[in-house]
Design a binder for this molecule. Sequence first.
Ligand code: CP
Length: 315
Amino acid sequence: MKNIQINENGKLKHLLTIEGLSKNIINEIFVRADSFLDSEKNNVKKVDLLTGKTICNLFFENSTRTRTTFEIAAKKLSADVINLNVNTSSQSKGESILDTINNLIAMHADMFVIRHGQSGAAHFIAENINPKIKIVNAGDGYHAHPTQGLLDAFTIRHYKKKFTNLKVAIVGDIKHSRVARSEINALNILGVPEIRVIAPKTLMPYGVEELGVIPYDNFDEGIKNVDVVMMLRLQQERMDNALIPSQEEYFKTFGLTAKRINYANPDCIIMHPGPMNRGVEIESKVADSHQAVILPQVSFGIAIRMAVMSLLLEE
Ligand code: CP
């Protein structure tokens, strides 16, 4: 895909994928997110950086965390927010996605946050609308979920301070996971020396090593001495046929249990982008343990999304 998300001055124009972002741009996002967290600590609930701007959330796939935290983030920046209900919109009458978006631009939308089941949807929209309008990809098919990759890396930075001495394991349905791709891209750019991906052979993409990771099909081997373990959900809705024998069997071999976490470093943090299926990829007591940072990930998502939207819309 052509990199259309960086302008001629090297600044972010859209956020479509982590691929092609520089370490400087990611650090700029992190530093700005830090400043929003500092403001929050000082009881500043809202800043007026985006007063007069209109941000439109267009979610063609379900979401709890991403849609809500984008809305909270936009409101904290003082933007006006429109949440288009795609099911009751004129999309159901056959209107094309570009016509829907152009109508919303005619209503003075400045930015679209888009989740779509089709890989490349956000990129296609960014290439085919008024170039002054900003697009943020909130997840497209198997391809990318860049703000999730950023908030996950930001969470790791919060707990581990630096990236250059870490072993990180990403576990589960790597094949269908846009989160895994964005996470791997972010951690490689930030200098993580060892990224492992752990999955049954049926859920491991062909040629995964080319992404700069070490594949494992044995969880107990792959989790040894890691500092971070990120569990992923089985994306049943993206599987063409049954790729695992049963959920019970999957949990036995690829579920994160209290016994299995003992193979990791004692201060290993446990992450999950959500939605989480307790008893399928993660044991309930592990998800609620002191090592789990799953809810802090969600909270950090607000600061990261504030940082991305404010950087994109600043004049
Ligand atoms: N992590 C994530 O994308 O969650 P939602 O599907 O709830 O937005």
